[in-house]
Design a protein around this ligand. Structure first.
Ligand code: PDD
Length: 286
């Protein structure tokens, strides 16, 4: 089945969808994005993603391409047209183009480019990867200083993922000034003596939509949470660890830099949080 994608108001077969070579998303990574998961054909935490998109656009003084209601309609229509039961909706908004390359922003009335497409991922909720747990390595964080804005500058995270693969691992956690910031495409946590530790929100990390939901659910389940800076050495000595993201929900981490955590299998708190998150999110999906 040819995938139907959305580009600037049109629903098109993927091979007919086109964006200008002068688009600033292409030339300058001058674009922001969101990834929303789909379970049971419904969107998980659409509201959170829509609010964060607006914030990213505002921070970069980029125009909103359409209203939240229209965005929801586009998401739903793409899910339906592509028959997605479990998967993801990718959304990207760029500053558009005024038909040339220039470091100066084009005039404020330039039409932004908006693209959405779906990714079909059967088995996303009950994934074999989550049952096995992830092996991670640590790498230096050399990204720019506004990681709270969800831009498409993903070259370094992508390189980090490749470094992990080359080392026989699944993913990388990044370290700045001696402290873990986050994973290449997820927020990072460890658990020691029943306490969940994760880095507090700042411009240094993406304010994960899954992070917010999981921390709320953990608090409701009477689990202790400490939002503070932590080192990779602390994480290596932890009882367990995990990551959160819209694309992998709560993903247990079983090994850091070759050191097995606990008995080297997914920990009980990560497994429980994954279950709670999936159940509650599916109930609230729209
Ligand atoms: N990534 N940190 C980074 C650097 C991320 O790229 C992501 C998400 C997260 C988790 O945020 P959320 O819970 O809102 O998905 C944290 C998406 C999934 C991606 O790039 O595909």
């Amino acid at each position: 089945m040819t995938r139907t994608v959305y580009v600037n108001g049109d629903y098109l077969p993927e091979d007919e969808a086109k964006v200008s070579v002068f688009d600033r998303g292409f030339l300058m990574a001058d674009a922001v994005y969101e990834v929303t998961s789909v379970l049971g054909g419904k969107l998980i935490d659409f509201e959170g993603h829509a609010v964060r998109l607006k914030r990213s656009l505002d921070e970069l003084e980029m125009a909103e391409p359409c209203s939240k209601e229209e965005l929801l309609e586009i998401h739903r229509k793409l899910v339906e047209l592509n028959g997605i039961d479990e998967g993801l909706v990718y959304l990207q908004v760029s500053r558009g183009s005024d038909g040339d390359r220039d470091f100066v922003f084009p005039s404020a009335d330039t039409t932004p480019t908006i693209v959405l497409f779906t990714q079909n991922k059967p088995g996303l909720a009950d994934s074999p990867a989550s049952r096995k747990g992830a092996k991670i390595i640590s790498i230096e964080d050399i990204r720019w200083g506004r990681r709270d804005i969800k831009t498409v500058q993903l070259l370094y995270p992508s390189m980090g993922k490749m470094m992990a693969k080359k080392a026989g691992a699944d993913d990388a956690w990044m370290i700045e000034d001696g402290h873990v910031t986050e994973g290449t495409s997820n927020n990072a946590y460890f658990v020691k003596d029943g306490v969940i530790v994760t880095r507090p929100l700042s411009n240094d990390i993406l304010h994960g939509i899954t992070r917010k939901a999981v921390l709320r659910m953990a608090a409701e389940a009477q689990l202790k949470i400490e939002e503070r800076l932590f080192t990779i050495e602390e994480a290596k000595e932890a009882d367990e660890a995990f990551t959160t993201s819209a694309s992998a929900f709560v993903m247990p981490v079983v090994e850091i830099d070759g050191v097995a955590l606990g008995d080297g299998t997914p920990g009980p708190i990560a497994k429980r949080l994954r279950e709670i998150y999936l159940e509650e999110s599916m109930n609230a999906a729209i």
